[in-house]
Design a protein around this ligand. Structure first.
Ligand code: CAA
Length: 382
């Protein structure tokens, strides 16, 4: 890590231990998201890290951002994910929005006074995202040109607490080419919230259904051009995927930390359980897999920073890091034994939080699809 990254990591470590960690057990149990924690992270600059300073961001790299997300995830995967998705929304507006849209929506997002949400999935369009059917019909409404949205979205991270939603809806033909992206604000008539999911993990981060019933969105809220929505979503997910990998690394690191500490202090058969070779090999493998994952995440992030984005590597980073988080957190529960399975120790929470990392932002099966498609492309051009 360079000096900036070390400073970032140290500042976030202090913040998470003082301000986030003490609430985790209670808030996970009661499914409580604290806007004051998010806003405080914002006042320190951590909710708009990669955006240019012009829009209130810190102008940091994706490598820096990955290190920061990893650190936050060591206390809370939920807050790290809220930041990651909100920053994905910022990146979309920054990359594809016009200057009016950037000036209007970005400052509140970068400062952490508001949260952003990314809305792609529908009940009939999960992995097959291009099959989405929420419609956006061009129309005039009270003398204003725009689009009438009808349909619903599911699995929306920060649904209900976010103010700015990037909604992918169909303006044209079937498939990806008929999809457009819109900025929809909370409070827009015709836009409401449906079911709040009751989840195994990520319990602090609300996941909600969105409903659109004759919801009029002015044409000024269309991002880029009609038909660009699917590519906007895919390009955003390329970045989102390795940030999910970064969160997975933090989750796994915390589980390893808990495991080693416990194994050193717990005695059975007149010795620390750490001294049993069976457990040593488990922890050595956990540590090795975490380092592999970290390197892959940093390489994928670095490619973005160098201006050579690599969708294949982003998927590899997400795949490797999240599978590692699942394995490592499961092993951590095993090392702690009976108490690992209880809420006395946080490892069971990290195990529950790790599971969904293998599912969101494209299941790990979809990551393999993208990796394989890229391999085929590479081989057919050689
Ligand atoms: N960047 C830019 N454009 C891209 C792209 C990328 N990474 N990937 C594909 N495209 C373009 C293609 O070039 C193609 O364009 P043309 O038609 O001009 O050639 C177009 O998009 C369609 O591409 P595909 O034919 O590859 O599309 P597909 O229908 O076969 O789907 C897929 C590909 C990879 C399976 C995609 O559907 C996918 O990623 N599915 C998973 C969905 C997903 O990740 N959902 C996550 C929900 S969001 C979330 O979880 C966030 C959260 O809240 C935590």
């Amino acid at each position: 890590m360079n000096e900036i990254q070390l400073e970032l990591k140290n500042q976030l470590e202090k913040f998470r231990l003082q301000k986030i960690e003490p609430h985790m057990e209670h808030d996970d149990e009661s499914e409580t998201f604290r806007m004051d924690i998010f806003s405080e992270l914002g006042s320190l600059g951590f909710t708009g890290m990669t955006l240019p300073e012009e829009f209130g961001g810190m102008g940091l790299s994706y490598e820096d951002f990955s290190i920061a997300l990893c650190e936050i995830a060591k206390s809370s995967v939920s807050y790290a994910v809220t930041i990651s998705v909100s920053c994905m929304v910022q990146a979309i507006i920054n990359e594809f929005g016009n200057s009016t849209q950037k000036n209007k929506y970005l400052p509140a997002l970068t400062s952490g006074s508001e949260i952003g949400a990314f809305c792609l999935s529908e009940s009939g369009a999960g992995s097959d995202a291009a099959a989405l059917v929420t419609s956006a019909k061009k129309c005039q409404h009270n003398g204003q040109a725009g689009y009438m949205l009808n349909g619903s979205k599911i699995w929306i991270t920060s649904g209900g607490i976010a103010k700015t939603y990037i909604v992918m809806a169909r303006t044209g033909e079937a498939g990806g080419k008929g999809v457009s992206a819109f900025i929809v604000r909370d409070g827009t008539p015709g836009f409401s919230f449906g079911k709040k999911e009751r989840k195994m993990g990520w319990r602090i981060s609300p996941t909600r259904e969105l409903l659109f019933h004759n919801c009029f969105v002015p044409e000024g809220n269309l991002l880029a051009n009609e038909g660009d929505g699917f590519k906007i979503a895919m390009a955003a997910l390329d970045k989102g995927r390795f940030t999910i990998g970064a969160i997975a690394v933090g989750c796994a690191e915390r589980a390893l930390d808990e495991s080693v500490r416990y194994a050193l202090s717990r005695h059975q058969f007149k010795q620390a359980i750490f001294d049993f070779q069976g457990l040593q090999f488990m922890m050595a493998d956990m540590a090795t897999e975490i380092e592999c994952s970290r390197l892959l995440v940093l390489q994928a992030a670095g490619d973005y920073d160098r201006g050579t984005p690599n969708a294949k590597l982003a998927c590899m980073a997400k795949l490797k890091a999240t599978d590692t988080a699942m394995k490592v957190t499961t092993d951590a529960v095993q090392i702690l034994g009976g108490v690992g399975y209880t809420r006395e120790y946080p490892v069971e929470r990290f195990m529950r939080d790790a599971k969904v990392l293998q599912i969101v932002e494209g299941t790990n099966q979809i990551q393999r699809v993208v990796i394989a498609r890229n391999l085929k492309k590479e081989y057919s051009t050689h």
